[in-house]
Ligand binder design. Structure first.
Ligand SMILES: [Zn+2]
Length: 169
């Protein structure tokens, strides 16, 4: 099981990370329905955090209502996409998800605090951070049944269509 990120998305996230200059940033991720993606996570859309985002160096609160609307619009047009996770950055350099990240993911999976209706059994947590002075993305999956994050490999590739394989980051 891999997490595929298109080269153009990776570049955009990297530039945004540098532009944010130490402020945490966030994107919701639409992935290809995993029943149709050979079990891989194919990141197809990164949805902007919206006009009411509140961001600091240690925390970002996205405009979830805005994002839910955008995601519903895209899914209506592309029915094989589903809401699958979120990307956020750790400007401090922390590579792994924090305790707060786990609580947020469990809120989504257990449909707490405004997250009802999505029916997710797994949640992908992508973390962008600085590793050896380079922007780097790490991927973690947490499931409803096994409520701990498990790291999976990130593959940055130009083509992430079903079954394709790129170079591992
Ligand atoms: Zn975090």
């Amino acid at each position: 099981m891999n997490c595929f990120v298109k080269q153009k998305h990776y570049e955009r996230l990297r530039r945004f990370f540098l532009w944010a200059n130490g402020m945490e940033i966030e994107r919701k991720i639409l992935i290809k329905d995993r029943k149709k993606s050979a079990d891989d996570y194919l990141c197809e859309y990164f949805v902007g955090s919206g006009p009411r985002t509140v961001s600091s160096a240690v925390h970002v609160t996205a405009d979830n209502k805005y994002q839910a609307k955008v995601m519903a619009t895209i899914i209506a047009r592309c029915p094989d996409l589903v809401f699958g996770g979120a990307f956020h950055t750790h400007p401090c350099g922390l590579l792994a998800p924090s305790g707060q990240d786990r609580r947020t993911a469990l809120d989504v999976l257990l449909e707490r605090r405004g997250w009802s209706g999505w029916g997710l059994s797994e949640f992908l947590c992508l973390i962008g951070t600085q590793l050896n002075h380079e922007f780097s993305i790490k991927a973690y999956v947490i499931s409803k049944d096994h409520q701990e994050f498990v790291e999976i490999p990130v593959v940055v590739s130009d083509s992430i269509s079903q079954g394709s394989r790129g170079n591992e980051q």
